[in-house]
Design a protein. Structure first.
Length: 205
């Protein structure tokens, strides 16, 4: 499920990012200036002639990002560096430059920047490990910035409901994705968080 207000638009760097399918209503996130696009049955309105190359553009962008640190259902997270390389105090030293992409059923939303901290990943890892053992309750990735939030909620028979809230512009957009996963995803997710924290340890603690 995706909620959004009107057309999708963002002020990200000049890069075309398009939904993997065009059918019905497709959400398109375009970088650069405010650009609008919509696909409807029997009618196509695109911004610029470059729409014909969106598949190769997205593929090239993903190749440039390399292997993500975290993959869970339709969510991918890459961490590139600390925001403040030389910082050593707890408040500033743990911010991370990252990219997150969430995609499902014809929609792709991308956020980039310093929106997550090592301590957020650590807290999520602990919560995921607890959920994997108890299979009840929630494991949330909660960030100070509202670019992204992820909630995993334990259900009956090992089912896990996953909700991703993600937006490149908190003032004008709201996007929510829902995925159905299960307990078998929790152990690998905790391991991915461990590897991320090995690459980017908590500093200033």
């Amino acid at each position: 499920m995706i909620r959004h207000g009107g057309w999708a638009h963002t002020h990200a760097p000049p890069l075309l990012l398009h939904a993997p399918r065009i059918g019905g209503f497709a959400l398109i996130v375009l970088g650069g200036s405010r650009r609008l696009a919509r696909a409807a049955s029997g009618q196509k309105r695109y911004t610029n002639a470059c729409m014909c190359t969106w598949r190769s553009t997205l593929k090239r962008y993903l190749n440039e990002l390399g292997k993500p640190h975290i993959v869970l259902a339709g969510l991918k997270l890459w961490v590139h560096s600390y925001q403040y390389r030389n910082a050593d105090d707890y408040d500033d030293a743990n911010w991370l430059n990252a990219t997150a992409i969430c995609a499902e059923k014809g929609a792709t939303v991308v956020v980039e920047g310093a929106f997550v901290r090592t301590i957020d990943i650590f807290a999520w890892q602990r919560a995921v490990q607890e959920l994997a053992v108890n299979l009840v309750g929630e494991a949330k990735l909660e960030c100070l910035e509202s670019d992204i939030a992820v909630t995993l909620k334990g259900g009956a028979l090992g089912a896990v409901d996953m909700e991703v809230q993600i937006t490149p512009d908190q003032l004008t957009q709201e996007h929510r994705f829902a995925f159905a996963i299960d307990q078998s995803h929790l152990g690998p997710l905790a391991s991915q968080c461990t590897r991320l924290l090995n690459d980017f340890p908590i500093r200033g603690a």
